[in-house]
Design a protein around this ligand. Structure first.
Ligand SMILES: *[C@@H]1O[C@H](CO)[C@@H](O)[C@H](O)[C@H]1NC(C)=O
Ligand SMILES: *[C@@H]1O[C@H](CO)[C@@H](O)[C@H](O)[C@H]1NC(C)=O
Length: 298
């Protein structure tokens, strides 16, 4: 998860910019395939940025799921070409009440609901997108098109939304070191081999596979599903509020020191969050922005 640089750059102006967005279309579209099987489609082109709209709409979806007695499985997919969720919004300030503690409370709530959550990942899931996927119950990725990364350390920052804890839980110590300290892209085959995602599925089979899995789960008794999820949660655990709040504080501290904000500004000037090619190859570009700068424009 990244932190928006604009508040650091604009200071008092940031508060003025942080007015609620007025949006005609939701950034997450909920489709009830059946009362028991819902799809929540990430739908905020061009990059499905994890910004204000994402947080507001996601918390709304979690409320809907929590307050519905019939739903048993929710699939989170994307209708944006090339992206599941690119990363945290570095360009537009995200109100602080939506991130940090609120994020982890909402993720813990979702992890403990009597409903199976499934990430169906086609495209890039970096930073906060990878953390969100890791916080869901089950992950399936497109063999050809899914990309996973925790690039924060490459920026001089840290993952502040659960990734520091979830990645080691899923992959073990050595692989977590490679993922988090290497800060590079991983394809679905490698992510599956590492246990970061459940399976890598050929792209043309992904939707059919996930649909079949979701329909199968949706046909079971809710009581049995709820008990099974709760027992698995007891044994595998889920990162605690204290752990993730401490990660968030460390990430804020990292972001506010040294050249991290200037580096993020340089990345944005070079095309991050505006240029699609740059965004796709952001993790190759990142090595040009190491050290104290000045960083080459291209
Ligand atoms: C979720 O986030 C919202 C918005 O910041 C917040 O009001 C709420 O308390 C959070 N926690 C839970 C458990 O929903
Ligand atoms: C999900 O992935 C875990 C490893 O991360 C694996 O143990 C489990 O069997 C997988 N589940 C499915 C449904 O593929």
């Amino acid at each position: 998860m990244y932190f928006s640089v604009l508040p650091l750059l604009l200071g008092p102006l940031a508060g003025v910019l942080a007015v609620p967005l007025i949006r005609a279309e939701p950034s997450i579209v909920v489709t009830k395939v059946s009362p028991a099987y819902w799809r929540a489609t990430l739908s905020n082109p061009p990059f499905n940025i994890q910004g204000q709209a994402f947080y507001e709409d996601l918390y709304e979806v979690i409320d809907q799921v929590a307050n519905d007695n019939d739903v048993k499985v929710v699939v989170f997919d994307s209708n944006v070409e090339n992206f599941w969720i690119a990363h945290f919004d570095l360009l537009n300030p995200v109100p602080s009440e939506l991130v940090g503690e609120a994020w982890w409370e909402n993720m813990s709530r979702l992890a403990n609901l009597p409903v199976l959550t499934v990430a169906s990942i086609r495209g890039i899931a970096r930073g906060g997108g990878a953390e969100f996927a890791a916080a869901l119950d089950v992950r399936f990725g497109s063999k050809e098109k899914a990309i996973f990364a925790q690039p924060e350390v490459g920026l001089g920052s840290l993952a502040g939304g659960g990734g520091m804890r979830l990645v080691p839980m899923l992959t073990g110590r050595g692989r977590a070191m490679e993922i988090i300290l290497g800060a590079d892209d991983f394809d679905a085959d490698t992510a599956a081999l590492y246990g970061w995602i459940n399976r890598s599925i050929p792209d043309e089979q992904l939707d059919g596979f996930v649909d079949k899995f979701a329909r199968r789960v949706a046909s079971w008794d809710k009581y049995a599903l709820a008990s099974a999820k709760s027992i698995i949660n007891q044994d595998t655990g889920f990162p605690s509020r204290e752990q993730v709040i401490s990660d968030y504080d460390n990430y804020m501290a990292a972001f506010n020191q040294g050249v991290v904000a200037q580096r993020a500004e340089a990345l944005i000037a070079a095309g991050l969050q505006s240029d699609e090619e740059f965004e796709i190859h952001a993790n190759e570009e990142l090595v040009r922005f190491s050290g104290d700068g000045p960083w080459p424009a291209e």
